[in-house]
Design a protein around this ligand. Structure first.
Ligand code: PHB
Ligand code: FE
Length: 325
């Protein structure tokens, strides 16, 4: 592991893991847990859940809005700077005045999180994989899995399959997942007018998704101005509780996901939503949500990446949910 200049890390502790400091926050792992402390408190998370959340926060560059690792700690993306918080979006911590927030330049917190992810992930554990398809996270330090934790994230510039862009998946690189063995693999026939061969593209999205080796990891497969199609395959539990700073649309492409929807700031329950194949919903911009997928399923997440949206919603100039249009 290379530790860049501004990452504050100790020598390996008794279990073989480095400990990390980010401002007043301290991160330590042992065989089973991540221990996080800050000036007014401390918190313990199971190391497998912690690494799954950390993996996504790093790979998604802090995502849209809030990434809650659980009901206590997480990050808020301000697109250039990032808040690291403890208890800030938890009513009990707020009322007891034990919550804590510090703001970091995005490259500094990203480098620290990436170094922690690399150091704390043992050989054989893949934080992006379904728990049914990976070894375990527990135990004393045992090698690393840098190939998995730094894997390429699919972000098409225009669309998968367009010349020079992200390419379709094949047996050689992405075998069909065990749960999607019945998904047809035929590709569309493209009949372009002469001269337009490099400008017309089409691909079988179901076949593409049936070959995903990761879970709960939306990839950008098509882009039209600020409109991003980010499909993903899901199994078990979304490892973060995502707090929106804008609306996002979910289209359930197969099987079923149960969503737990809470108020973004207090964590108060707002709804349980069960989405079955063909269902579509708009998640409001003032909630947080976590999904449970009993079988591996395909979900299309549709994002509006316009940079001005969070400000427009926060100032009341744009609505936070689709019913206000
Ligand atoms: C979300 O927070 O909207 C989200 C994140 C990852 C997924 C699906 C949905 O795989
Ligand atoms: Fe979300």
């Amino acid at each position: 592991m290379t530790i860049t200049e501004n990452v504050q890390a100790t020598q390996p502790n008794a279990e073989g893991y480095r400990e990390f400091d980010l401002g007043g926050f301290h991160f330590r792992r042992d065989e089973f847990f991540a221990h996080v402390t800050w000036p007014t408190g401390s918190h313990v998370l199971s190391i497998d859940a912690f690494l799954r959340a950390l993996q996504r926060d790093v790979a998604w560059e802090f995502f849209y809005g809030t990434v809650n690792f659980d009901g206590v700690i997480g990050t808020v993306n301000h697109y250039g700077t990032v808040d690291l918080f403890a208890g800030r979006y938890n009513d009990a911590y707020r009322k007891a005045e034990l919550d804590h927030v510090e703001t970091f330049d995005a490259p500094h917190i990203k480098a620290t999180f990436a170094a922690m992810l690399s150091d704390w992930t043992n050989a054989g554990f893949d934080p992006f994989a379904s728990p049914a398809e990976t070894g375990m996270a527990f135990g004393v330090k045992n090698g690393n899995n840098d190939a998995a934790v730094t894997r390429h994230r699919v972000t098409a510039a225009r669309m998968v399959g367009v010349p020079g862009d992200e390419q379709v998946r094949t047996d050689a690189t992405h075998p069909i997942n065990r749960m999607f063995a019945d998904v047809p693999q035929d590709e569309p026939l493209i009949e372009a007018e002469p001269g337009f061969e490099n400008e017309v593209a089409a691909f079988n999205l179901f076949a593409y998704l049936s070959r995903s080796d990761v879970t709960w990891n939306p990839s950008v497969v098509s882009v039209c101005k600020e409109s991003l199609y980010c499909p993903t395959t899901e199994e078990y539990i979304l490892p973060v509780i995502h707090g929106n700073d804008r609306m996002e649309w979910f289209l359930q492409l197969s099987d079923e996901i149960h969503w737990s929807v809470e108020d973004r700031d207090s964590g108060t329950k707002r709804a349980n939503v069960i989405m079955r194949a063909g269902d579509i919903c708009a998640m409001p911009g003032d909630i947080r949500h976590q999904g449970y997928s009993p079988k591996r399923s395909m979900l299309l997440v549709w994002e509006n990446a316009a940079g001005e949206l969070p400000g427009l919603i926060a100032s009341g100039q744009a609505p936070s949910d689709a019913t206000n249009y």
